[in-house]
Ligand binder design. Structure first.
Ligand SMILES: O=C(O)CCC(=O)C(=O)O
Ligand SMILES: [Fe+2]
Length: 364
């Protein structure tokens, strides 16, 4: 009898502890991403890219956590998040806020220059490097997209340092950290897909060098007042590459359509987090197992301020082909049509795919 009672008490205590930890987890998650505030917000999975035991004061983007342990912990969470939601919020990623803010400031100063100074750095097709003024790029035809972008390719050196001292230093500092984070994520993704650790890395061997179109894009969306028909910040689209890392200020406006949902949902702002979302090439490689995320940036109703964001578009090396990997890799998936394959003539390379998208979206 006493033994039975003891057992029951033990069970109750265990259950209470379990419920408490569930509650803490749920509260932490909700508090962090503010998902409970609006029905239209999406619950973006939060992934810590530096295990708790490794987080230290010194983890500021230059001090990295040991790769091996991190990769294992991130791998399955990342694959699950990208397959179910197409996105995740990365925390403890090691990229200090001050490096992001330095780039926001550099872009602010660039946008304050007179138009003729800005135009000296204009993007000239087919290169993707350089300044893109408002209205020059359209993700869809019906709306004018009001944003300034400065695309930075690792292999190009035309930078407005004369007009904005420190521009390239701020960009280089951040790019170095983003490349390091990307290396870890590509390794984790490969491991999560049950492939050798360097399976995806080897397809991105020239990241930020000649022969690879990965791009750091600085974005500034000027204040527009209230939403107005015919104008938006960024039309709905999929990113073109493997995945994108996105940092944003607290202005808001980013909306996503998760793979199995039709409605647009806001992504709550989690200070310091970096969003990762899958792009068209990852979608194609995995035959839809890791679907590309449709997203857009709307003008918030209350909009009184400008919005800053930084996107790091991760692309495979130019000559890598865009076709589904071996069927074994994407087992148990419905065969989803890969929209990137060229009819009959074979497959596109990463570079050809990108150029095709640029022809569709850039005015010149
Ligand atoms: O500014 C943003 O938050 C998103 C930008 C974006 O989606 C893009 O440039 O592809
Ligand atoms: Fe995008």
């Amino acid at each position: 009898m006493l033994q039975q009672l003891g057992q029951r008490l033990g069970d109750v205590v265990m259950r209470a502890a379990h419920l408490q930890s569930e509650l803490f987890r749920a509260c932490g998650q909700a508090r962090r991403i503010g998902e409970h505030r609006s029905q239209r917000s999406t619950a973006a999975p939060v992934i810590c890219t530096c295990p708790e035991s490794e987080v230290s004061e010194r983890c500021d983007g230059t001090e990295r956590c040991p790769q091996k342990g991190v990769v294992k912990q991130v791998a399955s969470k990342l694959v699950q998040a990208l397959s179910e939601k197409g996105l995740a919020l990365l925390v403890n990623h090691g990229i200090p806020d001050c490096k992001l803010k330095a780039v926001y400031r550099a872009m602010d100063e660039f946008c304050e220059l007179p138009e003729e100074s800005r135009n000296k750095y204009e993007r000239v097709s087919p290169s993707n490097h350089g300044y893109v003024k408002p209205g020059m790029e359209r993700m869809n035809e019906n709306e004018t997209e009001v944003r300034h972008s400065f695309n930075v390719l690792g292999s190009c050196d035309s930078m407005p340092d004369k007009e904005v001292p420190g521009f390239s230093t701020a960009v280089a500092d951040l790019s170095r950290d983003l490349k390091q984070l990307t290396t870890m994520l590509l390794t984790a993704l490969a491991v999560g897909l049950e492939q050798p650790p360097d399976f995806l890395l080897s397809k991105h061997a020239k990241l930020l060098e000649q022969g690879n179109e990965s791009t750091l894009r600085l974005l500034y969306y000027p204040p527009l007042g209230a939403p107005e028909p015919g104008f938006t910040r960024c039309g709905s689209h999929y990113d073109y590459g493997t995945f994108t890392l996105l940092a944003q200020d607290c202005e808001g406006g980013l909306e996503v359509q998760t793979p199995h949902g039709e409605r647009w949902a806001r992504v709550g702002h989690l200070p310091g987090a970096i969003l990762v979302n899958s792009g068209e090439i990852l979608n194609c490689w995995t035959n839809g197992a890791l679907p590309a995320l449709k997203h857009r940036v709307v003008v918030p109703e209350h909009c009184g301020r400008g919005r800053h964001s930084i996107a790091f578009f991760v692309h495979p090396d130019d000559d890598i082909e865009v076709e589904p990997f071996d069927a074994k890799l994407v087992k148990a998936q419905e065969p989803a049509p890969c929209r990137l394959q060229k009819k009959k003539k074979g497959v596109l390379t990463a570079y050809q795919h990108l150029q095709r998208r640029f022809r569709e979206t850039y005015a010149s």
